[in-house]
Design a protein around this ligand. Structure first.
Ligand SMILES: C[S@@+](CC[C@H](N)C(=O)[O-])C[C@H]1O[C@@H](n2cnc3c(N)ncnc32)[C@H](O)[C@@H]1O
Length: 217
């Protein structure tokens, strides 16, 4: 079986479309990642994809860039289990998925990371939670941005994209408010891989709102 056929023909694990990150089940503190235990070359630059869903973006990136490590974080645990199984079957020792409520405890997950390892971060099409009464369920808040900025190496980049205009403005403002980050204008995805959601939105010719931030100091 080829690499591609492995994930094209594999039955998709069934999951809830959304989970409530505020429910007690998702308010857990994970043990910090020991980076030398999860990657064959722990000193390689790391890419973190937050809200990776089935994780095909990092899977393809890990195939393309074997000298980099890729970590996908996702709140729906069955997708994490499936992703790690697939990574093992594909012998990708530079790819790992972690079950985590990023808004609640990403800081704890990354606590033991060396200062200079996290080079790029992506947040792509996070759930918008449209209703005002559900706004607290949205992924990006000041604490998450502080966690990312705190662990990112200097000159490290954060790429964010969504097809929801009000969510884009809300998220971008929170990133702009972090004093360690500088914004760059961007119109296209700077990575050679699209997520499943990006492909779906492009096929409908709908607009996508994107931003790129760099850690200045
Ligand atoms: C609309 S999907 C987009 C998935 C993928 N990034 C893409 O572009 O195709 C948003 C994903 O973020 C995950 N998610 C939402 N809140 C999260 C949180 N607090 N922590 C981790 N993942 C979360 C959801 O479970 C879902 O898989």
């Amino acid at each position: 079986m080829t690499f591609l056929s492995k994930f094209i023909f594999m039955p998709r694990v069934r999951v809830h479309q959304h989970v409530n990150p505020l429910s007690p089940f998702y308010q857990f503190i994970p043990p910090p990642i020991e980076i030398e235990k999860i990657f064959a070359n722990p000193q390689s630059p790391l890419h973190l994809d937050i809200g990776c869903a089935r994780g095909r973006f990092v899977l393809k990136m890990a195939r393309m860039f074997p000298d980099r490590n890729f970590l996908g974080v996702e709140i729906r645990e069955p997708l994490v289990t499936e992703g790690n199984r697939l990574a093992r079957e594909c012998n990708l020792t530079n790819l790992r998925y972690e079950f985590n409520n990023a808004t609640y405890s990403l800081n704890r997950l990354l606590e033991n990371f060396p200062a200079d390892v996290l080079e790029t971060v992506t947040i792509q099409f996070p759930d918008p939670w449209y209703k005002r009464k559900h706004a607290k369920r949205r992924m990006v808040d000041e604490n998450l941005v502080a966690t990312i900025a705190g662990h990112l190496k200097v000159s490290g980049k954060i790429f964010i994209q969504t097809d929801v205009d009000f969510l884009a403005e809300e998220m971008f403002e929170i990133f702009r408010a972090n004093e360690n980050l500088v914004e760059f204008g961007i119109f296209a995805n700077p990575f050679p891989v699209k997520t499943e959601r990006e492909t779906a939105v492009e096929e409908k010719y709908l607009p996508i709102y994107r931003a790129l931030f760099e850690k200045a100091q």
